[in-house]
Design a protein around this ligand. Sequence first.
Ligand SMILES: [Zn+2]
Length: 268
Amino acid sequence: MTDAVTAGGSAARSAEGASDASAGHVASGTDVASGMDLASGMESVTSALAEVGRSAVARGLALASGGNLSARLPGDARTFAITAAGARLDDLGPEQFCAMTLAGETVTFPGETVPADAAAVADPAEARARRARPSSEWKLHQRIYRARPDVNAVVHLHPQYAVLLDALGHRVRMMTLDHAAYVRSVGTVAYHPNGSDALADEAAAAASEHDCLILSHHGCAALGETVEMAHRRALNLEEAATATYRALLLGDTETAFPAAALADIHHA
Ligand SMILES: [Zn+2]
C-alpha cells in the first residue's frame, strides 16, 4: 500500500497538540463514502469517544489534551475518526474530530462550509486541509488499524502508574480476573518521539501480539473491537499497574493472576 503521508514532509513538532503538516493530503468524502454515510458514521463513533475522553480525564488517565482517541467508521473500515490536534479529551464535540483514511489522508465533508479564519486562503484545498488537522499522533492509530483488521478503536492515554512502572523497569502484573480478562498481556514499545514513524511502526508490530501497549516514557495504547472494549482495556491496564505498584510498596515482586487459569477466562 502506498503511504503518501510518510513520503511527505517531516514537520517538526514539539508537542502532541501541534498540527501535522504532513497530513496535508485531503480526500473528498465522496471518495470514501457518501456524505450522509460519512456524517452519520462520524456521529455514531465520536459520541462514544467523547464519553471515553471525559472518563479518562476524570480518572486522571490523561491531562486535558494529553492522549488521543480514534475509531473506524461503521460500514467503512478504511476510514476512522480521530481527535483533532489540541483537542481537550474532556470537551470533545463533533468539531474536535477529523476523519482519515488508512492511507493517511484527511477526509473532508462534502458541502461543508469553510471557517471564517480560512477566508484569506485562496486555495480551497488548502482551506480544507486547515479545517481538518488530526492529532499529531495519527500515525500511531493508522498503523495499528493497518496491522490489525479486527481492531476498530484505539485509546491512547497517558496513565501515570503504567508509565512509571515501565520506566522503573517493572512489568505490569495482572492481579485480578478483570485484569486478566481485559488486558491479558502487555506489550512494551521503546521510547520514540510522539508522532514519529518509528513509534507508530513499533507499536503496530507489538499490536500483533497484544491488545494493550505501554509506550515507554509516554503513555499507553489500548485496542478493541469496539470503543467500549478499548476503553475497558485502558482502565484495567492502569488498575493492574496501580495494583502492581502497591504490591511493590509492600515488598511483593511476584504475585500475579495464576497463569494456569488464563486459558479458561472468557469475557463476561
Ligand atoms: Zn501521547
